[in-house]
Design a protein around this ligand. Structure first.
Ligand code: UDP
Length: 321
């Protein structure tokens, strides 16, 4: 079996490369390293079942793929900046990979008669008026706000995925990913878990945006990867939420990280970013029924290896604590 994954050197993409590679698949990893990192795939480099194509998803031609006449069974489209700080820095690139990139990947899947999985996001629900979010909710999104480059790119990507399914009968999947964390996240990517852990390890103030009463529901990457693999194998074209429904305020998260790192850090309240969703929690009924999947790892259990990973990346931060 052979798969091509765009964004394969990113946080989730590289874990997906590992998942399939460990199961004997041939893995073609596409990444332009804008927000991905060679370090995430260094352990796979040079392996005969792993190929790295350093390019944008938008630039992949059928001939770019090694052995272009050999079939691809699966195309996973995971390329995109994903943290608010990164997509605010690269809004055009984010729109480009969500639109042109998704189209290229769909054309490749069509040509190979491969199953296509598009990495969508809870962001397509915007600042939701329905809680928890079911897949039938259409969302509450500001189409011209700072986050729109990401939200609308992903909404377009869902639309073109459905169009390829309806018009060209491509076997498509849409996974709506809720906040996910774990080893290989970047310390500087601006998301709340890397920020809080690196701040706590360094004994610096924990930057809580707004009052800290906004909520998120955090999924450990291993649960997410298992959900995506199940969706690729036995899902259908309708979108599926994959995430952990246990909901926390950012204040609760900050206190948990301080406790688990035994840090002396204090809280520093900072302005809330524009259009920051107030609440987010997936309704995962569809994933349970369709895939027999549900997350198994609690936030406390998942934070342990995540904190250990950040400590190993930044030993000086631990010493400074
Ligand atoms: N946040 C925070 N402090 C930080 C980074 C983020 O309080 O240092 C908040 C942010 O305002 C949001 C939540 O944490 O309400 C999750 O932010 P993140 O960037 O991780 O992901 P999002 O769910 O917004 O895409």
């Amino acid at each position: 079996m052979r798969l091509l994954i765009s964004g394969g050197a990113g946080f989730l993409g590289s874990h997906l490369c590992d998942y399939y590679h460990q199961r004997g698949w041939n893995v073609v990893c596409v990444d332009n390293l804008l927000t991905g990192s060679r370090a995430n795939i260094a352990h796979l480099a040079g392996h005969d079942r792993f190929y790295f194509l350093p390019m944008r998803a938008e630039d992949v031609h059928p001939e770019s793929v090694p052995d272009p006449h050999e079939r691809l069974d699966l195309v996973l489209h995971f390329a995109s900046a994903a943290s608010p700080e990164h997509y605010l820095e690269w809004p055009i690139e984010t729109l480009s990979v969500g639109s042109d990139g998704t189209r290229r990947m769909l054309e490749l899947a069509q040509r190979h008669r491969a199953t296509f999985v598009m990495a969508s996001t809870s962001e397509i629900y915007g600042d939701p008026e329905v809680h928890p979010q079911t897949e039938s909710y259409w969302g509450h999104v500001n189409s011209i706000g700072p986050r729109s480059c990401y939200d609308e790119a992903k909404r377009f990507a869902e639309a073109i995925t459905m169009a390829f399914h309806r018009s060209h009968r491509v076997d498509t999947r849409i996974v709506r990913i809720f906040n996910t964390y774990g080893p290989r996240m970047q310390a500087g990517d601006g998301r709340v878990i890397p920020n809080f852990i690196t701040q706590a390890l360094a004994g610096q103030p924990i930057t809580v945006y707004g009052s800290g009463e906004q909520t998120r529901s955090f999924c450990f990457y291993q649960d997410l990867v298992a959900g995506i693999a199940a969706l690729a194998e036995k899902g259908g074209p309708e979108p599926v939420n994959i995430g952990n429904p246990n909901e926390f305020t950012m204040l609760e998260l900050a206190r948990l990280v301080i406790e688990m790192t035994e840090s002396a850090s204090t809280l520093e309240f900072c302005p809330l970013p524009q259009d920051d969703p107030r609440r987010r929690r997936p309704d995962i009924t569809r994933a349970k029924q369709l895939l027999g999947w549900e997350p198994r790892i609690s936030l406390r259990e998942g934070l342990q290896p995540t904190i250990a990973w950040f400590s190993s990346q930044h030993p000086q931060a631990v010493e400074a604590r």
